[in-house]
Ligand binder design. Structure first.
Ligand SMILES: C[S@@+](CC[C@H](N)C(=O)[O-])C[C@H]1O[C@@H](n2cnc3c(N)ncnc32)[C@H](O)[C@@H]1O
Length: 199
C-alpha cells in the first residue's frame, strides 16, 4: 500500500483501525511497567503513529516521543487532538523505512500498534531491521500485533510463530509474546503483545 492509499483512507474518514484511544493492552502494560521502561531512557518512537493515541499515552508518562507516519491527514488530526503534548511529541511525515535509514538519534523505546499489519508482509524482515536500527542497545520494543487469521490485507495477519520467526533472526531478545486479555471486543483473541529488548 502506498502513501496515497493511507492518505485517501483518512480523507474519506475510513479508518476503522482507529480506536480513538490508546490500545488497552498498552495502557495496562504502562501502568505496571512505566518505571522500568523510563529507567532505560525517555526517547520513544512510534512508527505508523496514525492519530497518535499511543504517542500521547507515552508523553503522559514523561517520554519524549517521535511519531512517524506517511499520511499527512492523520498527523494533522494528531497535532490537533494532542495539542497539550506539543512540547513532548514531534510528528514526522515520512515513510518509516526512509526515516529509519537517516535517523541518527537512538531511541530507548519503540512502540507499535497495528503498523506491522499495515505494511506488506514482504517488508517484515526489513521492518525488524529498521526497528533494531532505531533502538539503542537494551532498548525496548513493545508491540501490539493483529493476529486475525484471515487471508488478505491490510490488515495482514500475523501469529505467534510468524512473529517468532522474524524475531529469532533479528537483534531482539524476546521477553514476552502472548495473547492479550483486555483487547477491545471485536479484536478479542486476535491480538498479541510483544515485549523484546535489543541485544
Ligand atoms: C492501520 S494504521 C494504524 C495507525 C495507528 N498506529 C493506530 O493504531 O491507530 C497504519 C498506519 O501506518 C501508516 N503507514 C503505512 N505505511 C507506512 C509507511 N511505510 N511509513 C509510515 N507510515 C505508514 C498509515 O498512514 C497509517 O496511519
Amino acid at each position: 500500500m502506498d502513501k496515497q492509499f493511507w492518505v485517501d483512507r483518512y480523507n474519506k474518514g475510513d479508518a476503522p483501525w482507529d480506536l480513538g484511544q490508546a490500545v488497552p493492552s498498552l495502557v495496562s502494560y504502562l501502568e505496571t511497567h512505566a518505571t522500568q521502561l523510563l529507567h532505560q531512557g525517555r526517547r520513544a518512537v512510534v512508527p505508523g503513529v496514525g492519530r497518535g493515541y499511543e504517542a500521547a499515552l507515552l508523553a503522559e508518562y514523561g517520554f519524549s516521543v517521535v511519531g512517524v507516519d506517511c499520511a499527512a491527514p492523520a498527523l494533522v488530526d494528531a497535532m490537533r487532538i494532542h495539542a497539550t503534548f506539543a512540547h513532548k511529541i514531534k510528528w514526522i511525515e515520512e515513510d518509516f523505512f526512509a526515516f529509519a535509514q537517516h535517523q541518527t538519534m537512538a531511541f530507548d523505546l519503540f512502540v507499535e500498534h497495528t503498523f506491522f499489519c499495515a505494511i506488506s508482509p514482504s517488508l517484515r524482515s526489513d521492518y525488524m531491521d529498521a526497528a533494531a536500527t532505531l533502538l539503542c542497545s537494551g532498548g525496548y520494543f513493545i508491540g501490539v500485533f493483529f493476529a486475525h487469521g484471515a487471508p488478505g490485507g491490510p490488515p495482514w495477519t500475523t501469529s505467534y510463530d510468524n512473529l517468532m520467526g522474524y524475531l529469532k533472526k533479528s537483534a531482539f531478545e524476546v521477553e514476552w509474546l502472548d495473547d492479550i486479555a483486555n483487547s477491545i471486543s471485536d479484536r478479542k483473541g486476535q491480538e498479541l503483545l510483544l515485549v523484546a529488548r535489543k541485544r
